[in-house]
Design a protein around this ligand. Sequence first.
Ligand code: ATP
Ligand code: MG
Length: 254
Amino acid sequence: MSLIPKSHPRAKSLLIREKLVEGFDNGLVAKEGLLAQGRGEAFDYLLGEKTGKAAKQAIKAAAAQLLVAKLPVISVNGNIAALCPKQIVKLSKQIKAKLEVNLFYTNEKRKLSIIKTLKKNGASEILGSKTTSSKKLPGIDSARRIVDKNGIFVADVVVVPLEDGDRTMALRKAGKIVITFDLNPLSRTSQTADITIVDNVTRAIDLLIIELKKLSKKNQKSLQKIVDNFDNKKNLRENVIQIKNNLDRRAKIA
Ligand code: ATP
Ligand code: MG
């Protein structure tokens, strides 16, 4: 890893970038994953590189939704495995969710590297490899519709961080409740998901883990109320307004 001085104004962002480059060198991340990170970084810049009020509300709704879920599944891709493998395994244990490696740019070798990384970080069972059984989601082209028979296929709630819009739409069409992390409030995934956490997954995932701990004391009825009171479209608008306000402020001082 190259040396990034702590005093660098973009030190955190550069460290995240380094993790992805390392993930790419280790066969976890696809080339396209590096580009996706670039798109995310641009939105992070516009959001002020911090977790906003709207994101905090979405995190709370996501935590409540996960606590009322019957069969939650977390979909893991290369970027997530490179950015926050420890946290994703911790999250899966906390809510008893299955982990499924599910790649947009599918590749068996990369899948195995991701599985190895998750295992190294404490995961026991990981679905989505050749050795587990697959099923096809309707309404999506062939390679991208494969899901695990015992995972996403039967899940009621699916967490899909950094996901493509087509797959998110297919999951919704298949009747899944979709929670995503996506820095771009305008992406099709953000617009299609039930709960979109517009924040960098590297910041938001720790906050989700904390929120889950807090809400775990609540009963199912009050958790469901939190979910029912959450309006994703409204939340996305608030994120766009946050970007607009940041730009307005900069327009005055630039
Ligand atoms: P869509 O297909 O949903 O319209 P897209 O084609 O613009 O989106 P994809 O590459 O399909 O983009 O999806 C990756 C998404 O992940 C992007 O919206 C990007 O902003 C987001 N993203 C990238 N890195 C991060 C990160 N570290 N944290 C949160 N979101 C991220
Ligand atoms: Mg896309």
